[in-house]
Write a protein that binds this ligand. Sequence first.
Ligand SMILES: [Ca+2]
Length: 483
Amino acid sequence: MSVPAAAAPGDWSREVLYFVLIDRFADGDPSNNQGVDRRNPGGWHGGDLKGLTRQLDELKDLGVTALWINPVQLQQARGMPAQAPGVPSFTHEGFHGYWIHDFEAMDPHFGSVEDLKNLVDEGKKRGIKVLLDVVLNHTGYTSSYSGRKTATGESWIRVGEGNCEVDAIKCAVGGLPDLKTEIPEIRDYLINANIALAKKTGVAGFRIDTYKHVASEFWLEHRRRTRAELGPDFFLLAEYWGGTAQSLDGFFERDEVDSGFDFGFKGGCEAWVQGRGRTVAYGAYLRSRHSVRPGYVLAHYLSTHDEPMMLGNLGGDRARFRICAALQMASLGMPVIYYGEEVARGGHEWPMNRNDMPWGNRGILPGKGIARDEGLRDFYKTLIRIRKEHPALTQGNYTLLTQPQDAALAFARRDAASGDQVLVLANREDKPIAVDVAAPADWPAARPARDRLSGEAVNVAEGRIRLEMAPKSVRIVTPASTN
Ligand SMILES: [Ca+2]
């Protein structure tokens, strides 16, 4: 197998991103646990940057190369009453980082600027970049900005709650006070605060919250300044709700950001593995993701903090979940793992989709004693290792092999530069199925082919791939190594 070319500077298409809610991950400093109540599903649970830094070896072992952490600035002091289906009313605190009181201060629950710098430095030693979540659209429900006026006497906060369906820019998302980001003084303040934190800590990029609720003029200035002051490779990932290869293209065309979340991948895979829709249509959807503008990256996930987790949506069916995890790691774009998903974290709908990282018998709070599926974690490790070994999976084109009458999903990925090739096969059915599909024309049939997940040999002869697939199973097939 040829050696993959090194990623271009700033090219995140080869990264595997791991998203952590700091407060839920690992408590490394009990001295900052003010107001911690681990019985409260919306309360502070005590995780912090020090604790996360101590678990970097765990993440390196998993294979992740980049870490996305929630916003770290000072949160509103008082929680909000909240209620979720099936959960008694509780107090919802800013443990998630999105209710900012002061953009220029760190929240002591997470730690200090030095703690963040230490995370970045320790990450660099392990080949793990840090991507900091930033909020530029709104403040917490209460903040130091309510009542603040600009030099010309304008309020920083827009009064009155607009309708986001009518005007996405001037509405209060989730009822959160909307910053008047179109005013240069306010725009510059917000950008300055984040750039100052990035300069002090060395984070590699920003994940940008609520992207669609701030105008392009702001983002163009944001791009210009982050490039000028943080370097040409400083990476920007936009959370544009509902984003797809098509709907994100305007932002890529204007070069506002490097990447955006692909909101379709999760639902698409959930539907297909549960038997909804034809396999050939799902394969065509996977192909459509390759229409992304060259040089820009779709970030695709199975779960996030804003949606019910996939494993719960699949009724806990870990075999079908494994199929989606394999397809995620075999697809174009930057895969995003939501913390704990790799050990079958049991949260499902909000607020439990933000529950504690399971640590099993390791003495790590807050998730000490919560069971982990180590077999699933090993499966993720294997998938990530295969992804890193095969430029066909990170860079390659896509050929759908499934025909309209076929039950099995079959596609080929091929990297033109290296000639690297991979076949991906999946059976969503509860019964075994016989697969008989055309091999790619240039598949090296003289070399034995092997499923990298099971180690089994796969028969490719006379231009056909013929095999039987077990119920609810997935295979990632490569020609045997010649070196
Ligand atoms: Ca703590």
